[in-house]
Design a protein around this ligand. Structure first.
Ligand SMILES: Cc1cc2nc3c(=O)[nH]c(=O)nc-3n(C[C@H](O)[C@H](O)[C@H](O)COP(=O)(O)O)c2cc1C
Length: 382
């Protein structure tokens, strides 16, 4: 295996093209093709771009040569899964699994597709998104729109088989539609998707914390409800590790009761955390519905990562999510206790090359502080 970091010329080309992409995204692409249209339309354009380009093999080869920074210091094994680097796309941007080829060639360590649901789900009425550039944030109110977990998981399995280096996780959630019933119906909904996912992806993430659904969040409302869900999921035989996507805004005493339940079940990891519901101090129009991504999640998610790592030690692997735009922020999440780091907002606000900026910068920070592998830095600040 040859690494970009160890080849003078490849490293120089990779750095120069990343800088060029950073400049091009900021000054040409973002103002003229992304931020000049409403965010819902920009999102559709991005998906169409992925669909059109993923089969152009020379373009994907070029993308890999230019953007995929590799360095042995970034390699890690978490929950028994090997990652080329700890960075992943968080759930929600690629709901229907259209982006793996581009993300694999850009050098993502993994991506989470979904959230996907047992039935085709139309989601909430549009608009789904509002931009808040002053806070590096998006207001998100999609309500789990997706084409259904039978198709999404089929696509995810194919993409995982074909990926050159990227792992694929699938986020499963409860269908948000007019057929939504009682707790038992909700549990069966998750079980259908879990049965479909068993053995077909590197990981499964169970999203119990979507803030934008008709049924609310019954599985984080009481430890007993959560226990019933995971007792049912435990009966489904699956080889891959399971993560649970936590809410960001629960008081610690309530969250701890939920974590005590999860610790008794077949759960290996926690994704910390979902969107920010607290708008305190932020100037946001009252009629904008949804949860906040990006900047407003950063501190709260770091605090939660630290608290969970302190209280639960190595019981759970942690995927840290929220407000990661620059390498220092990813490093802070890792030093707070995250084994893996996921993001979305940085792609929209900084551009697709940000994966390379994050990897290169993190590798430098790790080496500066004398770490030989990223895993050695996990929880270093505790
Ligand atoms: C466009 C968009 C859609 C999202 N949809 C989901 C989703 O379907 N499931 C989920 O668990 N989280 C979803 N999220 C939350 C993200 O996975 C992540 O937790 C949050 O955006 C914080 O990360 P960031 O600051 O890097 O954006 C979504 C976020 C965004 C921006």
């Amino acid at each position: 295996m040859s690494y970009v970091s160890e080849s003078f010329w490849h490293d120089a080309v990779n750095k120069a093209t990343t800088d060029l992409f950073t400049f091009g995204y900021k000054h040409i692409i973002k103002p003229n093709f992304v931020f000049n249209v409403p965010p819902d339309e920009a999102h559709d354009r991005m998906i169409t771009f992925c669909q059109l380009t993923k089969n152009i093999t020379p373009l994907m080869w070029l993308e890999r040569q230019m953007l995929n920074y590799t360095d042995p210091v970034l390699e890690t094994t978490v929950m028994g899964v090997d990652f080329a680097n700890p960075f992943g796309l968080s759930a929600g941007l690629d709901k229907n699994c259209e982006m793996p080829v581009l993300l694999d060639n850009a050098g993502f360590g993994f991506e989470t597709v979904g959230s996907t649901t047992s039935r085709v789900c139309p989601g909430n009425a549009k608009p789904w998104f509002h931009r808040l550039p002053e806070y590096d944030s998006m207001m998100v109110h999609v309500g789990l729109a997706n084409i259904g977990s039978d198709t999404v998981i089929e696509r995810a399995e194919q993409a995982w088989t074909k990926a050159r280096s990227m792992q694929i996780s699938v986020s499963i959630a409860r269908t948000n539609d007019s057929l939504t019933g009682d707790l038992a119906e909700g549990i069966e909904d998750y079980c259908i998707s879990m049965r479909r996912a068993a053995g077909r992806t590197a990981m499964v993430e169970v999203n119990v914390s979507c803030p934008n659904t008709k049924a609310g969040e019954p599985f984080t409302a009481s430890p007993d409800n959560l226990d019933q869900l995971f007792t049912a999921l435990d009966r489904i035989d699956r080889p891959q590790p399971t993560l649970v996507k936590l809410p960001l805004n629960k008081p610690w005493a309530e969250l701890k009761d939920l974590l005590d339940v999860l610790a008794e079940h077949n759960v290996q990891g926690l994704s910390i955390a979902n969107l920010q519901k607290d708008r305190t101090g932020l100037a946001i129009p009252h009629d904008w519905e949804g949860g906040l991504s990006g900047g407003p999640t950063y501190r709260a998610s770091n605090d939660l990562i630290r608290q969970v790592r302190r209280e639960y030690g190595d019981r759970f692997a942690i995927a840290g999510i929220g407000g990661v735009f620059i390498p220092e922020q990813a490093y802070a999440k890792i030093r707070s206790g995250a084994d893996l780091v996921m993001f979305i907002s940085a792609l929209m606000y900084r551009g697709p090359q940000q994966i390379t900026v994050l990897k290169r910068g993190l590798a430098e920070l790790l080496k500066r502080d004398g770490f030989e592998h990223v895993s050695e830095a996990v929880g270093a600040d505790l």
